[in-house]
Write a protein that binds this ligand. Sequence first.
Ligand code: CMC
Length: 424
Amino acid sequence: MKSAKLTIDGNEHEFPVTVGSEGEVGIELSGLRKTTGAISLDPGYGSTGSCLSEITFIDGEKGILRYRGYDIEELAKNCTFVEVCYLLNFGHLPNEAQLQDFGDKMTRHTLLHEDMKKFFEGFPATAHPMAMLSAMVSSLSAYYPGAGIDEDLDLNVVRLLAKVKTIAAFSFKKSMGQPFVYPRNEYSYCANFLHMMFSLPTENYKPSKVLVDALNLLLILHADHEQNCSTSTVRMVGSSHVSLYASIAAGISALWGPLHGGANQAVIEMLRMIRNDGANYQKYVDMAKDKSSGFRLMGFGHRVYRNFDPRARILKRTADQVLSELGVDDPLLKIAKRLEQVALEDEYFVKRRLYPNVDFYSGIIYRAMGIPTNMFTVMFALGRMPGWIAHWKEMRNDPRTRINRPRQIYTGPTHQVFVPRAER
Ligand code: CMC
């Protein structure tokens, strides 16, 4: 297919077609308004491609997810999160020397400016850690004002990846009312994060291999997912040429919503509700089917995946494994499995092809690791960071990027005659 034809009021217009490396077809409509005066209307962008991208490929029908061409299953089995950060941002897997160099830099940039600790003091103890994360990442632009504009971009990429886990752990400590724990350079990325989360001045904490491996896997599975709501936000905000930190802070806010990354917290709240209500699965499945209830099965459904979410498959397996290795017997895991079974046998879910997504089982693993529910979306953000950054870089380096500025179809009142206040 080389072009597509569109007939408007009997006039035929021809538009070029772009075919991706996996055969995806896009009709290039950027000239639509100029040639026809009309615009395309696609609320929610379900049929709209916003860019060409070389980073991640998803085939929702076949349940395929690949970063830079590598299957997620293979990356999850064989890589560290730091390796995946490198892959997403530099386009290829690192060799030993490249990984060593990148890993060292990630280790050496973990500290926050001491003044930033004062920002945490200003938050109430009840502040949601996502509110703190977004504000703190935005604040980094005050310390590195040239980030990605006139300062070395790769250095700022490393800074952000390294510092965000310190910010995340400090947010947790703030909410617990415990002293901040500084990073230690002898630890790997994941071990360092766990150390900052769980160390106390009163006792020595040594991150266990089970926890480090589980965290590594979780972060890799969340590392990128092409043009989802938060990544598109990062690209859109960045298209105004604002800094890397400001763009990523906007992405963090987009992720927070319960229809996106906030779903992992919402899943656990839902499972608890079901347990406290006598494990009446059918009642909740019926409620989710009833549009007037305003209730959805959290952790179910996806815009792109229509048969299964490959990340959810890996996580279901991992939940069993991690809980058994840690000796944790979580009744919510049984509830989740039974709820999945009841929903997957229901015609409503079968017909709409709604399956568990990445958020359905991730929370159960986080719980077993000792991570509290309100930190789950922060964990998602930590994982998604390399993906957001890679997309920001790709967007800024693409000569086709224009400031993102969609149009609309106006449906409000036509011209009205102004009536002075006294006469209204
Ligand atoms: N429970 C009940 N019904 C659902 C659900 C659900 N979780 N998800 C979709 N539906 C129904 C929806 O009502 C609609 O029905 P109908 O055709 O009769 O109007 C149909 O399925 C299609 O849904 P949609 O809302 O058009 O799908 P979407 O692509 O716009 O939304 C979604 C995708 C993920 C926002 C949605 O499935 C949802 O709200 N799921 C629950 C929240 C959730 O788990 N979010 C995490 C997504 S994965 C992590 C991430 O990448 O953010």
